[in-house]
Design a protein around this ligand. Structure first.
Ligand code: RP5
Length: 183
């Protein structure tokens, strides 16, 4: 388990491979406990060399931090926000309420309801304020980052090439026939 704390006040882009550029994607999460899931989004953005930042921003524990973060996101140069939360999981929706930027919601797997609570909360936004909702857990975090990459690649041919190369590697890694493992 990765227990490294997401930075709350300094740009995570300062310690990833896209160090020099201003962040284009913001990864926010409601709690330190979400990092084990959201680190998978961080890893994909690192691999694709997309400048980004990571923050703990709780809709209920730090509501002013959320408002400030989301209201200033577009002016600070962000293009996409990935928001992960569990349980009541109101972070992605409240974030979307404060910004016109696309918000991709990741339902974090909760202990009591296995993330079904998170999923239903995030996906059921009333018409008018959308949140693009991904799968529960690490697959959703990974796909949120890939979707953010696809959005950014529309205006960035170099990133489009890196994304296509990443997908080609994934395709090439799939074997033709199954093998018996752990025997
Ligand atoms: C939500 O409550 C967070 O997104 C997290 O998934 C969940 C539990 O938070 P902790 O009690 O672990 O801080 O706000």
């Amino acid at each position: 388990m990765n227990t490294t704390a997401p930075q709350t006040t300094t740009s995570h882009a300062a310690d990833n491979s896209a160090a020099a550029a201003p962040p284009k994607v913001g990864i926010i999460m409601g709690s330190q406990s979400d990092w084990e899931t959201m680190r998978h989004a961080d890893a994909i953005l690192n691999t694709l060399e997309i400048p980004h930042e990571t923050r703990i921003v709780s809709a209920h524990r730090t509501p002013d931090r959320l408002a400030e973060y989301a209201r200033t996101a577009a002016d600070r140069g962000l293009s996409v926000i990935i928001a992960g939360a569990g349980g009541a999981a109101h972070l992605p929706g409240m974030c979307a309420a404060w910004t016109r930027l696309p918000v991709l919601g990741v339902p974090v797997e909760s202990r009591t309801l296995k993330g079904m609570d998170s999923l239903l909360s995030i996906v059921q936004m009333p018409g008018g304020v959308p949140v693009g909702t991904l799968a529960i857990g690490s697959a959703g975090a990974k796909n949120a980052a890939l979707l953010a990459a696809s959005i950014l690649a529309l205006q960035n041919p170099e990133l489009a090439a890196r994304l296509e190369a990443w997908r080609a590697v994934q395709t090439a890694s799939v074997a033709d026939t199954p093998v018996t493992e752990n025997e």
